[in-house]
Design a protein around this ligand. Structure first.
Ligand code: F6R
Length: 260
């Protein structure tokens, strides 16, 4: 696991560079897209490159990590709608090229299996963008999630609903209780995991993810088992890392900083 500590702007640039390299080098690249605040500066930077440098997403397929159960795609806070507003509609993805789990399906179990199947049919995810919850979740794999789980229905933890109430006018009761989420096993099949975390409220989760024992109590710790995982954090999110100085030194002396 590579840990890069930098400011928000540099983190966004580095992740956008990795996405751009992928998009320009592969004929049918597959991106894994997270919603939430963490990747927003990356989506802004990719949109800027699309507008100013001609970076095209017309051959790219995208798979979202998760979706609330019971929010129609037209709801402002459905992840389908959020990713469309924040990124997809600002660049040139082909119609239908970005999909997410169907949280409105009558049969959520079948919809979950179909989603894993669709990812596999597309050849798997090349680069998965991730954020982390304050309780250590990735996607919506809350503490206690099986480390080999597949896409499925999950009940959101109270902490996650409190954290996400900001998107529902501060009203926790309006945050759905259930979601469909890619499982940890599903996410681990992506060829490159790229996780972004900023702010002191993420510091404990980041410390556990990078340096804690692998445990379903901190689901993101499963990433320690991935052969190609990059964690990009700002100073505040890095503030509880025991080996923070070592990560800084390693990155400062890295021979090819562009590559991660
Ligand atoms: C969203 C997702 C979640 C978020 C996490 C952090 O698709 O998968 O795991 O990445 O809750 O959210 P933010 O970035 O808003 O702090």
């Amino acid at each position: 696991m590579e840990v890069i500590i930098a400011d928000d702007l540099e983190l966004a640039t580095l992740v956008a560079d990795a996405v751009e390299r992928l998009v320009r080098s592969e004929s049918a690249p597959v991106l894994g897209l997270a919603t939430g605040s963490s990747p927003l500066s990356v989506y802004d930077e990719l949109t800027r490159r699309h507008e100013q440098d001609g970076l095209s997403f017309s051959s790219v397929r995208g798979f979202m990590l998760d979706e609330y159960v019971g929010l129609p795609a037209s709801h402002p806070q459905s992840y389908h709608n959020v990713i469309d507003t924040e990124f997809v509609s600002r660049v040139d993805f082909a119609d239908g090229a970005v999909q997410g789990p169907d949280g409105m399906a009558d049969d959520l179990v079948a919809a979950s299996a179909d989603y894993d199947h669709a990812i596999a049919e597309a050849g798997g995810v090349d680069l998965q963008i991730l954020g982390i919850g304050t309780d250590g979740h990735i996607a919506f794999n809350e503490p206690g999630s099986s480390l080999s789980s597949r896409t499925r229905v999950k009940t959101l933890a109270n902490q996650t609903r409190i954290d996400n109430a900001r998107f529902f006018d501060g009203e926790v009761d309006r945050v759905p209780q259930h979601c469909l989420t890619q499982g940890l096993g599903t996410i681990m099949e992506a060829r490159h995991l790229v996780l972004i975390a900023t702010g002191g409220h993420k510091a404990e989760a980041v410390h556990q993810m990078v340096e804690g024992p692998i445990s379903s109590m901190w689901p993101a710790t499963v990433m320690q088992m991935h052969p190609h995982a990059t964690v990009l954090v700002d100073d505040s999110a890095a503030s509880r890392l025991q080996l923070g100085d070592y990560y800084r030194q390693t990155y400062a002396s890295k021979l090819d900083k562009e590559r991660f």
